[in-house]
Design a protein around this ligand. Structure first.
Ligand code: SF4
Length: 337
């Protein structure tokens, strides 16, 4: 699964591009990639026309209630192009814009393991056919990673670099039902376990502010993810995109959204609960006005990022401040700094 289009830029640490005096209070994806590759690495979104079992009727129809018609693909992609051409175009665009040196081919839109193994192999191979591409990112759903597909991803990870992203959004099955995810939390944690058994780096996506969720429920999701073994996480606020089922609920007044100050507190709480080594891929979603309806503060991502960092500094905490692993039993507990 992927999150909506405008939520997928590698911008959890765009704030890092600013001349800040202190290091960020969390481990950003950019810094992780920099450590891993010794270069400035960005992802190039690829859309090869996968579908999603939550849309085609295999699991459900209609998709997740927050998902837009592109299934989270980036608007910059010309889907008429083949993988190689999408890569060439994307690499040059991102190199010019961000000064990137190396790239990951990011299979982003819809569910990018939702095809027979032989087709996946050809597509992933084609994602590596650029001299400056150093690996692959594959976004999908936890119910779309059978063992043979994970074996394939592990094979690519051995010869290159593979970063698997599986959406969870919430660890509460009632919430997953409310947003029509059509998979359970148990399926997610089982998929993570099977990915980790193969040493595949795995990340997940969480949304704060989903229908009927309390702050306690959101933090329970964070605690379960913290203990799951995932290597990275994207967190973002619930956004209402145009043309989605959630737009209807919002216009009917049935969908309360988080205030930005509440969101900042929630993200700071979450960062404290996550393991210090976990890679933070995103902390705020952003969007374009022709796609994203609300919340309005989504259009000021940099300002919200600065508020999150300022809140962590005000608290004197950082990522992992309340996460402790009890080595003897492998159990994770909280401890207040
Ligand atoms: S899993 Fe949900 S969010 Fe992901 S592509 Fe399918 S419908 Fe969209």
């Amino acid at each position: 699964m992927k999150v909506p289009t405008s939520c997928t830029s590698d911008s959890a640490d765009k704030i890092a591009a600013k001349p800040v005096a202190e290091p960020l209070p969390y481990r950003s994806f950019n810094s992780y990639l920099g450590e891993r590759f010794g270069a400035k690495v960005y992802r190039v979104p690829i859309d090869v026309g996968f579908d999603c079992p939550n849309r085609d009727g295999v699991r459900a129809f209609g998709g997740c209630t927050f998902c837009d018609e592109r299934g989270s693909g980036a608007p910059t992609i010309d889907t008429a192009l083949d993988v190689k051409s999408q890569l060439i175009t994307g690499v040059e665009r991102i190199r010019r814009r961000y000064g990137a040196e190396k790239f990951l081919a990011y299979f982003q839109a819809f569910s990018n393991t939702y095809a027979p193994e032989g087709i996946l192999r050809v597509l992933y191979e084609s994602g590596l056919q650029h001299p400056d591409v150093v690996g692959l990112c594959v976004g999908t759903r936890p119910d779309c990673v059978p063992d043979n597909v994970l074996d394939l991803l592990a094979e690519f990870h051995r010869k290159s670099f593979m970063w698997l992203e599986m959406g969870l959004q919430s660890a509460h099955n009632r919430t997953l039902d409310l947003i029509n995810r059509a998979h359970t939390a148990e399926e997610f944690f089982d998929a993570v376990k099977r990915a980790k058994q193969r040493d595949i780096p795995a990340a997940t996506h969480l949304i704060f502010g989903l229908p009927e969720e309390t702050p306690e429920m959101m933090m329970e999701t964070v605690r379960r993810v913290a203990r799951s073994g995932v290597d990275g996480v994207k967190i973002h606020q619930l956004c209402v995109y145009k043309g989605t089922p959630m737009e209807v609920d919002y216009r009917l007044g049935k969908l309360p959204l988080l205030d930005e100050d509440v969101y900042v507190q929630l993200v700071a709480d979450a960062l404290e609960l996550l393991p210090p080594e976990m890679v933070i891929m995103r902390l705020v979603a952003e969007g374009k006005r022709d796609e994203l309806l609300v919340p309005e503060w989504s259009f000021e991502k940099s300002r919200i990022m600065e508020k999150i960092v300022a809140e962590m500094r005000r608290r004197g905490t950082r990522q992992g401040s309340r996460f402790v692993v009890r080595e003897s039993v492998g159990e994770c507990v909280e401890s207040r700094v």
